[in-house]
Write a protein that binds this ligand. Structure first.
Ligand code: ADP
Ligand code: ZN
Length: 217
């Protein structure tokens, strides 16, 4: 499948994407994971992106499009892809549209995961992430805590609170979402690809996406 996952930070895009990869071999492409990997590795991209990310600001569109142009042409995308955290702005959506035309790829669905603000705030402040850039497994101090000593159950690395998950940065990220990303809902509604999903569980979201794709075929 070829889909875009839209939704505020904490809406569960990453969790849903990981579940969807198990269905048909589609790959998850998370621009946030790619950027955090680059920051950790100290690459030029990471050095440029870090300040924006720590503040909860968006990284410039040109950097993101450079990443995505390369990523979408890698062989593992042949079976399909789940775009998680991209596009985030109208200019990115326009550039993606051009890029997909160039690569003769069509999208199946844009899933808008719509979660109430109080649920989002609670999730983000309790979220923890594996510090290993190749793993980035997500935990929750309440519902899904890491192993003893704050270790990742998958790879054993330390599980941390992201720099952009302090209360101040979270508020900023939600504001940025409302201002820059929420307009994409109307943008994709016009294309007929949008499906808005209000399901409390990730499994519920996954089922709605499966049905949504089947209905559009
Ligand atoms: P979340 O969706 O939980 O906010 P992500 O992991 O998707 O977190 O992104 C973390 C940070 O990486 C963002 O706050 C932003 O600084 C940067 N980022 C990720 N994707 C994009 C994008 N498509 N455009 C601009 N910045 C991005
Ligand atoms: Zn891990």
């Amino acid at each position: 499948m070829r889909i875009i996952l839209l939704g505020a930070p904490g809406a569960g895009k990453g969790t849903v994407a990981k579940l969807l990869t198990k269905l048909d071999g589609s790959v998850q492409i998370s621009t946030g994971d790619i950027l955090r990997g680059a920051v950790k590795a100290g690459t030029p991209l990471g050095k440029e992106a870090q300040g924006y990310m720590d503040r909860g600001d968006l990284v410039p569109d040109s950097l993101i499009m450079g990443i995505m142009e390369q990523r979408l042409q890698e062989p593992d995308c042949q079976k399909g892809f789940l775009l998680d955290g991209f596009p985030r702005t109208i200019p990115q959506a326009d550039a993606l549209d051009e890029l997909l035309k160039k690569l003769t790829i069509t999208l199946d669905l844009v899933a808008n995961i719509d979660v109430p603000r109080d649920v989002i705030l609670d999730r983000l402040t309790t979220r923890r992430t594996c510090s290993n850039p190749d793993c980035q497994e997500i935990y929750n101090v309440k519902s899904n805590p890491p192993a003893a000593g704050n270790k990742c159950k998958k790879c054993g690395s330390e599980v941390i609170q992201r720099a952009d998950e302090t209360e101040e940065a979270i508020g900023k990220r939600l504001d940025v979402y409302n201002e820059k990303t929420a307009p994409l809902i109307g943008y994709y509604e016009k294309t007929g690809l949008l499906l808005t999903i209000q399901e409390a569980s990730s499994d519920g979201v996954v089922n709605a996406i499966k049905q949504g794709i089947a209905a559009k075929k």
